[in-house]
Design a protein around this ligand. Structure first.
Ligand SMILES: [Fe+2]
Ligand SMILES: [Fe+2]
Length: 175
């Protein structure tokens, strides 16, 4: 047994091998490093005005998406969807935490957001929300002059893209 830590979110994981994806933020295995080698890359980053603005907008997206998934989980009567929306809510909440660390602020409460009673409707809304985030993070990565901010936005684009795949696979399973 050993401890690994995620280079994106910083959370620790105990196991015999690193997980294929960070269980907290969804970053791929490349981000998992032995805990003794880990350094906090989210603290003390000098931010340009543009990056600060983009991170503030990204924080809003992550918080509202986390709130949406929480509502979708609470509304669902199906254990598969409850599990899926719970996992997504936790991942988006972790993304909000990463952004708060970069901004050097305390994490705000996750807002209460409306969700449908219909699981597949919520999957559709998930697809729209993730697509919006991907578009904004792609632009934000391009605009970032800081190595770290560029890296974080690029990683978020990749993670949110895996959520689109999940939505598609789920849609097929339950059609
Ligand atoms: Fe992570
Ligand atoms: Fe996210």
């Amino acid at each position: 047994m050993r401890v690994y830590r995620c280079r994106l979110c910083g959370d620790p994981y105990i196991g015999n091998a690193p997980p294929t994806h960070c269980p907290f933020c969804g970053a791929p295995i490349e981000f998992m490093v032995p805990a003794e080698e880990w350094v906090d890359e989210n603290r003390g980053v000098e931010l340009s005005e543009r990056s600060r603005k983009n991170l503030e907008e990204a924080l809003e997206l992550e918080l509202t998406n986390a709130g949406f998934y929480r509502a979708a989980m609470e509304k669902s009567k199906n254990d598969y969807f409850k599990g899926m929306f719970k996992a997504l809510s936790k991942v988006e909440s972790e993304h909000a935490s990463i952004i708060c660390k970069l901004l050097g602020i305390n994490k705000p409460e996750i807002p209460v957001i409306e969700a449908s009673d219909n699981d597949l409707e919520n999957v559709k809304e998930s697809f729209e929300r993730e697509s919006r985030a991907i578009k904004f993070y792609t632009k934000s990565a391009q605009e970032a002059v800081e190595e770290r901010v560029k890296e974080v936005f690029t990683a978020l684009v990749n993670i949110e893209s895996t959520h689109l795949l999940l939505d598609e696979e789920t849609g097929k399973m339950f059609r």
